[in-house]
Design a protein around this ligand. Structure first.
Ligand SMILES: NC(=O)c1ccc[n+]([C@@H]2O[C@H](COP(=O)([O-])OP(=O)(O)OC[C@H]3O[C@@H](n4cnc5c(N)ncnc54)[C@H](O)[C@@H]3O)[C@@H](O)[C@H]2O)c1
Ligand SMILES: [Zn+2]
Length: 332
């Protein structure tokens, strides 16, 4: 769907007449006018709310300020929010929509590759707390997602690359044909619209089977247990996608060592990541990563489920005791 069609599509599902578009300062300059125009052309009364770019905007303070803005308008139950931006705007707006008046509709308009293939699909919304990322949140499915790949043309290279880590992840866990397609980087970059659709379809399928993240949805975490540990260990100096790429490479190597996958599979995964310029070195000692994994919200008592590749396009959960994980990481 093009941004120009957003208004008419929104009209079909939103009963109220008022919308608030939430965006960040960078995206405001690029797309806010076009977004508001499309919505106004469909007869909506539209206001905007602009937050600073970056993770800091997923704070409790920004969240409450946004709710106050909505309450002062006042937005009613039949109105809706529109998240125009990357994962930060999407998560913040989604959580505001999930909780304002006990829940109003949200429309996601992803403008980063990561938001397009990941955060705008699946209904996880959250803000950060001082104790950690995404600690307050809700499951709240978007009423509509406007996937317009042209909005990604303005992305800086590093933001683009972060999203590519997730795209490669989908190939690894569920789509050998996508993995193959990514081997020709130039061809892949010219076919992003189709690639995004494939990724979204995979995520949707996993989410439909397991909305509350207790089973198959966990496979989406390939590379993420170690990736999150690397992000935390570096105080988020290593960005999410780069950390996940390191995590996928490390899990692939460990899996080959343990005989969970062939050496060839592990090498195919690491070569594809290198082709997209990911630096796969992990500077942190295993003990540091292990200690952070122990504080991970995905740990279940004294065991942890990690995602391991079995072959290209196929992953499974491997249950490890905390001691086993410790040995794996520390003897690396
Ligand atoms: N809800 C979920 O399921 C889920 C999944 C993955 C990640 N996330 C969350 O997503 C967030 C990260 O999202 P992100 O990587 O999109 O980061 P982001 O939203 O911070 O965007 C990255 C940068 O790109 C800029 N930008 C956005 N769109 C642009 C465009 N079209 N052109 C130029 N610049 C643009 C932004 O202003 C920002 O500076 C994290 O908070 C993470 O926790 C959520
Ligand atoms: Zn991720």
């Amino acid at each position: 769907m093009r941004l120009e069609q957003l208004g008419s599509e929104a009209r079909k599902i939103i009963k109220g007449d008022s919308l608030v578009v939430v965006t960040d300062k960078n995206v405001e300059k690029l797309y806010l006018d076009r977004c508001m125009e499309s919505l106004r052309n469909a007869g909506f009364e539209v206001k905007s709310y602009v937050v600073p770019p970056g993770e800091e905007s997923k704070s409790g303070q920004t969240y409450l300020e946004l709710l106050n803005f909505l309450a002062e308008i006042p937005l009613t139950r039949s109105d809706a929010l529109v998240a125009l931006g990357g994962g930060v705007v999407g998560d913040l707006t989604g959580f505001a929509a999930a909780t304002y008046l006990r829940g109003i509709k949200v429309i996601q308009v992803p403008t980063t590759l990561l938001a397009a293939v990941d955060s705008s699909v699946g209904g996880k919304t959250a803000i950060n707390l001082p104790a950690g990322k995404n600690l307050a949140g809700a499951f709240h499915q978007p009423a509509l997602v406007c996937q317009d790949a042209r909005l990604l043309d303005s992305l800086p290279e590093d933001v683009w690359q972060d999203g590519m880590a997730e795209v490669i992840k989908y190939g690894c866990i569920a789509d050998a044909a996508l993995f193959e397609l990514l081997q020709d980087r130039e061809a892949a970059e010219n076919r992003m619209e189709g690639i995004i659709q494939r990724c979204v379809a995979i995520k949707k399928k996993f989410v439909e089977e397991d909305e509350l993240d207790t089973g198959v949805r966990q496979l989406l975490n390939f590379g993420h247990t170690i990736g999150h540990a690397i992000e935390k260990a570096t105080d988020f100096a290593v960005s999410h996608g780069r950390a996940v790429a390191k995590g996928m490479a490390m899990m692939s190597d460990l899996s080959a060592e343990q005989g969970w996958c062939s050496r060839e599979t592990a090498e195919q995964i690491t070569s594809l990541l290198r082709m997209y310029d990911f630096d796969l070195t992990v500077a942190q000692p295993g003990k540091i990563l292990y200690d952070i994994c122990m504080a991970d919200k995905k740990r279940k008592g004294n065991y942890i489920d990690i995602v391991v590749p079995e072959g290209i396009g196929k992953c499974r959960l491997q249950r490890l005791t905390t001691e086993e994980l410790g040995e794996l990481l520390c003897e690396r």
